[in-house]
Design a protein around this ligand. Structure first.
Ligand code: PLP
Length: 406
């Protein structure tokens, strides 16, 4: 068990008040900022004077006051020196990898990752001569075997999308550092619950679209790391975030700032509900997978990695065998039981369900899906917290019976 408490760290970080003493921070909506003394402008471009070094803000693709408040809060929550916000999770991941790798370099990645990230690694980056070997995230030795002299990065999701196969972050960090590599971890499924940087990861990336924002109304991403790496990403002349330009709108940053204070509460409730539903499904003999069940293959590993009090997360899967059966169950759950919504994404207050193989993992070829243990009938359920839990348990029991799953 880790002693780090992300919720407490968030409470302790310097709070930003709004203009006129507002309890909410102000939204600073300006594309560019005035320099009073013209001599300061060249110094900003030389990296000598940012708002943190007695200078001033320059241009909102680089540094925006509202976005900067969110970045400070995220760094505190993650236990990293710095953070940076982007317009999407994908841009956070792409900019991070393009900052760490150049043509000729190699990545060793978990094969159990979001379909978009898989496509980035397997299809797009090779066009830039950056290649990837995919390995089982639960097999740390497999990562080591795949390392070559050209390897620069080990990449994994903490709890993998969609099968929930989990990586041993501390072991991967030790491995990466022994070989002089960087460990990049996508922690989208488990914010607050697991703190990869505290376990040794060098860079933690997020799709804030999911649990962190929690309202299903915007797309956003984040990179949390040490000051040196964030400064490299933001370098005015060479930084990948500066050059590729995935800038988050300050209004979106403000919305997330206002939702971060209840992220801990939300994560605990997602976990409480998912645990109860998983236990009920297991009692019924349904093919459920959930990290909080004692028979989950890596239950002990997850238990050792989680921060106290947040439970085992809001994601569970039900392997319905075939896509048709998964679709039948989803239709019953949505249209008859009103249990949740058939939609991609996760971390929303309502339950969201999708059949991963034919949706968010459809970029991955069927034989590779089979290799990573992704069945065509795998139903991914992102458990929400609307409605009474007792009523939800009745609904899901009725639905799995009606779909012939038990
Ligand atoms: N990482 C994971 C684990 C995801 O599930 C997703 C999207 O589903 C992403 C990254 C990409 O995030 P975004 O849609 O915010 O670009």
């Amino acid at each position: 068990m880790q002693s780090f408490d992300p919720e407490q760290a968030l409470v302790e970080v310097r709070r930003e008040f709004g203009e006129h003493g507002g309890v909410a921070p102000s939204i600073s909506r300006s594309a560019t900022f005035t320099v009073i003394d013209p001599a300061v402008m060249p110094e900003i471009f030389q990296g000598l004077r940012g708002p943190d070094k007695g200078g001033c803000f320059l241009y909102s693709r680089h540094f925006n006051p509202t976005v900067d408040v969110l970045a400070r809060y995220l760094a505190a929550m993650e236990g990293t020196e710095f953070a940076l916000c982007t317009a999407s999770g994908m841009s956070a991941i792409a900019c991070t990898l393009l900052q760490l790798c150049k043509g000729g370099d190699h990545i060793v990645s978990s094969d159990t990752i979001y379909g978009g990230t898989h496509a980035l690694l397997e299809d797009l980056l090779p066009e830039m001569d950056i290649t990837t070997t995919f390995v089982d995230p639960a097999d740390t030795a497999g990562f080591e075997e795949a390392i070559t002299p050209a390897t620069r990065v080990l990449y994994t999701e903490t709890v993998g999308n969609p099968t929930l196969k989990t990586a041993d972050i501390a072991a991967l960090a030790r491995l990466a550092h022994r070989h002089g590599l960087k460990l990049v971890v996508d922690n989208t499924f488990t914010p607050m619950m697991i703190s990869p940087a505290r376990l040794g990861a060098d860079v933690v990336v997020y799709s804030m679209t999911k649990f962190i924002n929690g309202a299903g109304d915007l797309i956003a991403g984040a990179v949390c790391a040490d000051r040196e790496f964030i400064y490299r990403l933001m370098d005015l002349h060479t930084g990948r975030v500066m050059l590729l330009g995935p800038t988050i709108d300050p209004r979106s940053a403000f919305d997330i700032i206002q939702r971060l204070p209840h992220l801990g509460m939300r994560m605990r409730e997602h976990s409480r509900r998912a645990q109860a539903i998983a236990e009920r499904l297991a009692e019924l003999g349904a093919p459920v997978t959930y990290p909080g069940l004692p028979d989950f293959a890596q239950h002990q590993l997850v238990t050792a990695m989680i921060n106290r009090g947040y439970g085992y997360g809001g994601m569970l899967t039900l392997d319905c065998g075939t896509r048709e059966r998964a679709e039948k169950l989803m239709a019953i759950l949505q249209n008859e039981e009103r249990f949740g919504l058939i939609a991609v994404s996760l971390g929303y207050f309502d339950t969201l369900m999708s059949c991963s193989g034919s949706s968010t993992s459809s970029e991955i070829a069927p034989e590779k899906q089979a290799e990573m243990g992704l069945s065509p009938g795998l139903l991914r359920i992102a458990v929400g917290y609307t409605g009474r839990l007792e009523a939800r348990l009745v609904q899901i029991e009725r639905a799995v019976r009606a779909a012939g799953l038990v």
